[in-house]
Design a protein around this ligand. Sequence first.
Ligand code: FAD
Length: 91
Amino acid sequence: MILAELEDILGIGAQPYASAVFTWPESFPQAFVGHQALVDGIEALLPAGLWVAGSSYRGIGVPDCIRQGRQAADQVIEHLFESSASFTGVV
Ligand SMILES: Cc1cc2nc3c(=O)[nH]c(=O)nc-3n(C[C@H](O)[C@H](O)[C@H](O)COP(=O)(O)OP(=O)(O)OC[C@H]3O[C@@H](n4cnc5c(N)ncnc54)[C@H](O)[C@@H]3O)c2cc1C
């Protein structure tokens, strides 16, 4: 399948010198019906200042994980800023 796709997309029709198939059993989190509600519940129970991000939560693809990581980082920065502001009395 890979060779056919390589030829179709890139026009590469040569056979590889060597190839191997690696399988990764249970490498992906398996979301069940109701997963989003479960994640909502987990996040609601997190203590202040703690966020989660990654393939177990809101999408397994790399773009999903990057988006979640960026959102978590934004929330951490906002939390630290607010904590710092309330600590120093700055509004
Ligand atoms: C074979 C395969 C092919 C894939 N292909 C694609 C693809 O083509 N496109 C796509 O969008 N997605 C693909 N994915 C999915 C995507 O790569 C993953 O879902 C995504 O990278 C998960 O990101 P993550 O940050 O949640 O977890 P990870 O990338 O697994 O990061 C978790 C990190 O935490 C570290 N860690 C774990 N335990 C501890 C600990 N106790 N203390 C400290 N560090 C710890 C690990 O070392 C790791 O660096 C693929 C996944 C696999 C397995």
